[in-house]
Design a protein around this ligand. Structure first.
Ligand code: SAM
Length: 217
């Protein structure tokens, strides 16, 4: 059985009793980064062996894990933070397991985009998640142009290195509309900024942006 297990996106208490139980009792935990997951496992005194499953070993390690699953082992799949399969290599293992008709289930939990969407107070009955915007300004603006006609709420992930440049492009392409930028969700320095792209950009530029960001438009 493959258990796809959501883990906290910051606050280590954001995990379910069931997730702790499953992580404690499976044969192996496949982690995006074993050192990162070790912090969570130590916090809950979970002694289960771990193995890495990440972008660059996803094919070879995927086949190895598939063999274990076929041999009847129970494996938990976790990402660095949040829900496996959402912008991390977890997707590859889930897909492989589906192709081989293996049994799986998902233990729900943290997902950064949901925290930001809820805190934005924007209509969430229809929303579009755009993952990360392209890294280069030209490609980013093209992508935003394509989304311009969307009537629904849009959610993007962004890094501290590109948030200022992205906000500038959002203002240039989508205009000075009200948006929400959430950072460090569930962590000590959680912050939710509401305003126009330029006003938020100015606030962030003064502090030199740090942490992880979600943008809701
Ligand atoms: N699987 C993750 C999830 O469930 O949300 C997403 C992985 S993605 C590679 C990492 C991005 O998620 C970060 O760059 C950031 O945009 C967003 N993110 C993750 N944790 C966050 C947090 N605590 N606060 C704000 N954004 C976060």
């Amino acid at each position: 059985m493959l258990y796809i297990v959501a883990t906290p996106i910051g606050n280590l208490k954001d995990i379910t009793y069931r997730a702790v139980e499953v992580l404690s009792t499976v044969d192996l935990i496949a982690c995006e980064d074993t050192r990162h997951t070790k912090i969570l496992l130590e916090h809950y005194q979970i002694k289960t062996p771990t193995t890495s499953f990440f972008q660059h070993n996803r094919f070879a390690k995927g086949n190895y894990l598939l063999g274990l699953l076929k041999a009847g082992k129970n494996i938990a799949l976790v990402s660095d933070a949040g829900t496996p399969g959402i912008l991390d290599p977890g997707y590859n293992l889930i897909n492989l397991a589906i192709q081989h008709n293996l049994e799986m289930t998902y233990l729900p939990g943290a997902l950064a985009l949901v925290n930001a969407l809820v805190l934005s107070g924007r209509p969430a009955h229809e929303f579009c998640f755009g993952g990360f915007l392209p890294q280069r300004s030209g490609a980013r603006k093209n992508q935003l142009e394509k989304l311009k006609g969307y009537a629904c709420t849009m959610v993007f992930y962004e890094s501290c290195h590109r948030i200022l440049a992205s906000l500038e492009d959002i203002a240039a392409v989508l205009g000075e509309r009200e948006i929400t930028v959430a950072r460090e969700l569930t962590k000590k320095f959680e912050e939710v900024l509401r305003g126009t792209p330029q006003s938020i950009r100015e606030k962030l530029a003064k502090l030199k942006p740090r942490g992880e960001f979600v943008v809701v438009i």
